[in-house]
Write a protein that binds this ligand. Structure first.
Ligand code: HEM
Length: 141
């Protein structure tokens, strides 16, 4: 008899978040909305390079891959190692909160449906916290 562990069954039966939200077209909308917000943000914009397009494409490929779509990010960029890739940027709590607010707004603007929306919120909240690499600036008294 072929016994499949429940966890394996669940994993193969349940559509990925990528599928639930409408695939690459929806992720493209999320990334477009997110970058439109970053572009107007006086705190975050200087952290990003003058040309936003390459990073935008990498973000798109990463999110497709992470949420269960094609693994083109790995093929093009190698292992994500996001904390290492973010080390050159001074990310404190304030920058993280701004980044997260833009990403959560972008999910809504792109029309991401529940329950995928809540799952994506949870991921972005946790992963953006892990990207913090600067203590808050404490003014000497
Ligand atoms: C959930 C949290 C985050 C995820 C999943 C994420 C994902 C990514 C990805 C996939 C890239 C492109 C990496 C590559 O070049 O292959 C990237 C680049 C970048 N991220 Fe994030 N990031 C997160 C949080 C943040 C935060 C909190 C900040 C700053 C406040 C930030 C700032 C940047 C910057 C400045 C770049 C470089 C963009 C470029 O080179 O054009 N990220 N991020």
């Amino acid at each position: 008899m072929c016994r499949v562990k429940p966890t394996q069954l669940e994993m193969s039966d349940r559509p990925s978040i990528y599928e639930q939200i409408g695939g690459a077209a929806t992720i493209r909308r999320i990334v477009d909305r997110f970058y439109a917000r970053v572009e107007r943000d006086p705190l975050l914009r200087p952290m990003f390079p003058a040309d936003l397009e390459p990073g935008k494409e990498h973000q798109f490929l990463f999110l497709c891959q992470y949420f269960g779509g094609p693994d083109d990010y790995n093929r093009l960029r190698g292992h994500p190692r996001l904390r290492m890739r973010h080390a050159p940027f001074p990310i404190d709590q304030v920058a993280r909160d701004a980044w997260l607010a833009h990403m959560l707004a972008a999910l809504d603007e792109a029309g991401v449906p529940e329950p995928a929306r809540t799952a994506m919120h949870r991921y972005f909240e946790q992963a953006s916290t892990a990207m913090i690499n600067q203590a808050p600036l404490i003014e000497p008294s």
